[in-house]
Design a protein. Structure first.
Length: 270
């Protein structure tokens, strides 16, 4: 095999398919590591990247890698450790994974679907149903406004008074000291505490909220509350001590390089 060199990709290069002269990132990193007489265990200890992820990166086994945000950070760290431009290495890695995707195909398809035939161009224009609905809505608004001005009726004041009366009724109906209304079930919440043993990245999801990415350093702790469920994906194995409602939890076992904690688990009873 003839030696290959790392070349920066330009915008023009992205439009062309990968040529045989372009290296494969995993093979390049593996070759450079071997030239430096480094083992995977030594790299893992120095970079804190798991052995499973290092092997997946060098063998380009994409399905065994964690989420893209973790993979990008680990490849960047690995490239910098070997004296390369880590960002460029990560960029090339994802380019080789995704291949040459045609840009603008979705827009072209939309334009072709909406192109008018000569027959359609010759037909007279029609008012859309959305326009008719908008005109009817404006007519209703003007009619109600005119009615309020004519009768001096104030709908907003009326609605405000009704809301106040309803709130007062609810407050008077329920009182903690009243045995008839005070026997409400206590709301159980999920209280999860994590003490990080390593520098780690996580992807956190509480109940039905959008997932967020966070970074914690060794020795720090975090606390999260949720009503129904908590899902956390850790970037490294055994990176934190976990407690749920003051009960110690085992750290999740890795599956294809993913360390995901789900509360409640699939086997938990509701």
């Amino acid at each position: 095999m003839r030696p290959v060199k790392l070349s920066l990709m330009t915008a023009k290069d992205k439009q062309a398919p990968l040529a045989e002269e372009q290296y494969v990132v995993g093979m390049h990193l593996q070759k450079l590591r071997q030239e430096k007489l480094l083992t995977l265990e030594e790299v893992s200890q120095a970079t804190r990247i798991s052995l499973a992820n290092l092997r997946a990166i060098e063998s380009m086994t994409y399905e065994r890698l964690p989420a893209d945000v973790f993979t990008k950070g680990q490849i960047t760290l690995y490239g910098n450790f070997l004296g390369l431009d880590g960002r460029q290495i990560a960029k090339q890695f994802f380019f080789e994974r995704d291949g040459d995707k045609e840009k603008g195909s979705f827009l072209k398809k939309k334009l072709s679907n909406h192109s008018l035939t000569p027959k359609q161009l010759a037909e007279p224009s029609h008012i859309s149903s959305a326009t008719i609905a908008g005109l009817l809505l404006l007519l209703i608004v003007f009619s109600i406004t005119g009615f309020c001005m004519y009768t001096s009726w104030k709908p907003f004041a009326f609605l405000t008074n009704q809301t106040k009366n309803l709130s007062s009724s609810v407050i008077n109906t329920f009182h903690p000291a009243n045995p008839a209304t005070g026997n409400r079930a206590k709301i159980k919440t999920l209280n999860l505490t994590a003490l990080f043993l390593k520098d780690s990245q996580i992807i956190l999801s509480l109940d039905n909220k959008e997932s967020v990415q966070k970074v914690y350093t060794k020795g720090t702790s975090a606390h999260w509350n949720a009503e129904k469920k908590i899902t956390i994906e850790f970037s490294q194995p055994d990176s934190a001590e976990l407690q749920l409602n003051n009960t110690t939890l085992p750290f999740p076992q890795g599956v294809d390089g993913h360390y995901i904690l789900r509360i409640p688990t699939a086997s938990s009873t509701p």
